[in-house]
Ligand binder design. Sequence first.
Ligand code: ARG
Length: 284
Amino acid sequence: MTMDLATATSPAQDTTPARTARPRRYVMTCPEYFSVEYVINPWMDTSTPVDTGRAVAQWEALRQTYLDLGHTVDLVAPVAGLPDMVYAANGGMVVNGKAVVARFAYQERAAEAVAYAAWMADHGFAATETRHVNEGQGDLLLAGSMILAGHGFRTDRRAHHEIAEHLGMPLVGLELVDPRFYHLDTALAVLDDTTVAYYPPAFDEHSRTTLRELFPDAIEVATADAYVLGLNAVSDGLNVVLPAAATGFADQLRDNGFRPIGVDLSELLKGGGSVKCCTLEVHS
Ligand code: ARG
């Protein structure tokens, strides 16, 4: 009887691919001036009190998680009066030595682009601007050698063409249809060069077909995980840092050979962001 059990679970029959971590370089901005002062997405409510000290402690734990995994974290100095600056992913897109700086959809965040462009310039990336709105890695995610690009709420479709041309990379546009998932990184996570996880109802029919064709082995997450921003995760190819509340997604990751690492960013969720939003990856 034990023989049967052994056969059923033998490694030879395990089709889960081996996952490997690659050291990454991230850019983060401390939420020293974080608060919810205006409403530009459905998660924000100015009547909800924000504990900035707690936000800083949670963010610090995220930074330490990356350091413990062996990644590099560069810091951009926070600017008073820019309460959303902690969401560094929105600062732009850096890949293959080229950079595009954000052009924010809302005036409240416009000045953040100045700070992120300065960081890019100081680190040897001459940042290009787009004529149309682009909110950086909120909507632009590198998957292997292509860019998955969201539109519908923030990044303008016309900016997709500007970005593909500047970076010299193929870009696949994906339309977001649910305001709760207003940036691509709230509805889709890139886990490695060929694997993604996403929440199908956040996309229009055509984009869902595109995703099924491009990623037949994708992980489709459940509503409960999507609604705690579980997909706002950061992967190094093996370790996936994600909101701790997304326990179903964590199980799916484990079943697929990844190592989920849950972190609590509950204060930052009040601004409509979590792990990935706080993390701008410098793709080299
Ligand atoms: N309050 C910010 C906004 O609405 C949150 C940005 C979250 N960032 C992200 N990459 N999804 O713009």
